[in-house]
Design a protein around this ligand. Sequence first.
Ligand SMILES: [Mg+2]
Length: 269
Amino acid sequence: MEIPSLCTDFHEKLANMPSCNHHLVMNTCSAEKVPPEQLTGQSDISDLQNAETWIFDLDNTLYPASCRLFDQVEKNMTRFIQQLLDCEREEAYSVQKTYFQEHGTTMSGLMKNHGVAPKEFLDFVHKIDLSGVPVDPAIDLALSRLQGRKLIFTNGSTDHADNVTGHLGIRHHFDDVFDIVAANFIPKPARSVYDQLAELHGINPATTVMVEDMAINLEPAAAMGMTTVWVRTDSSWGTKGADGDHIHHIVDDLADWLGRIVSTEPATA
Ligand SMILES: [Mg+2]
């Protein structure tokens, strides 16, 4: 499948930030976009409609990055490091990004280099204000009609996932949350974590769909045989790895896209 070239020179400041990069974010590269329907052939839809398991990422996938919720988490991380190292904000932010690059997550770097207790870190950074996150009845409806088991697979914590999905009113659609604690603090896209998730839940990759805003996190899923859905983003962070053939479907508005999947489901599905 041919993937359109995307802006990889998005603001340098955003290049290494795991911040808002969701389907509803304003797109500065729209001229290069190809409508999702042109990238998702109708012949592929049957794979989705016959899926037994749906795996959803949480942050910037199940809610729009345009509400900038993850910015709050980012700022809390900086504050945590400031307090831990008793340093200025700029230095703390530098440490945060360095650990993120070198260890996959900031938390992993803090655990290895400073012996930080993960629960303490996760509880601190996930104290966020959800009032700016719009409750979208469309995604609730689409999830209620979507056939198959649904799981959340996040590099965050279960408490965070419960908090956000509870706010959105969609928690009841998901059988389980597989979080960074369940993954022994090894983040996506480490293949071992995907294998662990598959084994824990008896997942058959051939009948599983994974939905994610970070393209690189879909590589292991595709390698296992899952169908992948990339919630397209403009940020370099999210587009990293988006030019590979591990991207099977591209989505700009998840609720709308899921709505179209369920509306065309065969009656026998
Ligand atoms: Mg995400």
